[in-house]
Design a protein around this ligand. Structure first.
Ligand code: NAP
Length: 334
């Protein structure tokens, strides 16, 4: 473990270490959230890997995904400092790293993963097919694995609908995604930016193995619009994962969702007995509604702050609060 002593107690309090307890947490979360999850058999190893401080969700293929993910696709990680920033995230206890060939920093990310000494089984690595190389999924995945210094990914996504078109069409590309999963090169497969019912239905039509994840831009300012595609996913055991969820803090501060957002933040602070930040409330909202969080920060204090809501002691946002928060952001264009 490379967790610092100062940070360890946060994880120790909010963690669970046996597979049995993790499974119970997963069940209670699924029941407490708005979404229903499939509860098939366990994944590859017949037991659940420990992800201290993270929330685990069971996927429709039997594998588990930890939330939150620390993203490498934000400008701060692109200027050659990916190695440093990924190392910093791992040091702070983050274990799910979200990557892509198109971010052009997988070599640096791979260096940090290897240098960290964190055992492979305690990491969860996502990357994406971009069709940048005019190669098949298998060939482009080979490049990604080499760059990341890995022999398998936990999750591989078609990055956006255009990547499937460029790769020879959705049907061909999804068949290749299913193939690399069968080969064991990736444990789970999914899509990203299939963020309308129409787009996700195209995938369902060609899929023999349904995607496990749909990673989309999802924040309080588009949650109502995206509710139908999230619901379609849920019907098929496809878990939604969100990027851009910090929009009320980053690109749209002082927007109409802040009034209810801050009320919920205050309520959480009272129940938690400690001050909760707006960002933590946003993560608690995602957790409570069964959406995986993909976020990022280069800031050491925020690295600590932003994982806290994923521990099991952090208060959940209620269904009524979530609906009110989402409604208050509806229709807002900045
Ligand atoms: N699938 C896709 O097409 C797609 C698209 C976009 C992103 N992504 C993935 O999602 C990850 C996150 O993307 P995102 O940028 O959209 O996520 P986000 O979680 O909405 O925002 C992260 C940004 O917010 C800033 N931030 C975080 N907390 C803050 C706070 N309390 N106050 C002020 N600023 C704060 C961070 O800057 P600091 O470093 O200063 O904290 C960072 O630049 C990416 O890295 C990428 O891996 C995927």
């Amino acid at each position: 473990m490379i967790l610092t002593d100062a940070f360890w107690p946060v994880f120790a309090l909010s963690s669970w270490f046996s597979g049995q307890q993790q499974h119970q947490h997963d069940e209670s979360l699924a029941n407490g959230g708005h979404h229903h999850h499939h509860h098939g058999h366990h994944g590859h190893h017949g037991h659940v890997q420990p992800f201290p401080g993270h929330t685990l969700y069971k996927l429709n293929d039997g594998n588990y995904i930890p939330s939150p993910a620390w993203g490498t696709g934000t400008a701060t990680a692109r200027e050659g400092n990916a190695t440093l920033l990924v190392a910093q995230a791992l040091e702070a206890g983050w274990r799910h790293i979200d990557c892509s060939l198109i971010y052009r920093n997988q070599n640096g990310t791979g260096e940090a993963l290897t240098a960290s000494g964190v055992p492979r089984g305690e990491l969860y690595i996502t990357s994406k097919y971009d069709s940048l190389t005019n190669q098949s999924v298998h060939e482009e995945l080979g490049l990604t694995l080499a760059q990341l210094q890995l022999d398998y990914l936990d999750l591989y996504l078609i990055h956006f609908p255009r990547a499937a078109v460029n790769g020879g069409g959705l049907k061909k590309v999804w068949r290749e995604m299913e193939e690399v999963k069968k080969m064991g090169l990736v444990r789970s497969i999914g899509v990203s930016n299939y963020d309308s019912v129409e787009l996700l239905e195209e995938v369902l039509e060609v899929a023999e193995v349904f995607p496990a994840i749909n990673q989309i831009n999802y924040s309080v300012y588009n949650a109502v619009d995206k509710a139908p595609v999230v619901a379609l996913g849920t019907q098929h055991g496809i878990l939604t994962s969100a990027y851009g969820e910090l929009r009320p803090i980053t690109s749209s501060p002082n927007g109409p969702a802040d009034i209810i957002g801050k009320q919920i933040t205050d309520r959480l602070s009272k129940d938690y007995g400690k001050e909760v930040t707006y960002a933590q409330m946003i993560f608690s909202w995602l957790k409570s509604t069964g959406v995986v969080a993909v976020t990022t920060t280069s800031n050491k204090e925020r690295l600590k702050e932003q994982v806290v809501p994923f521990g099991k002691d952090f208060p959940l946002v209620t269904a009524a609060e979530a609906r009110a928060f989402e409604a208050s952001g509806w229709g807002y264009k900045d």
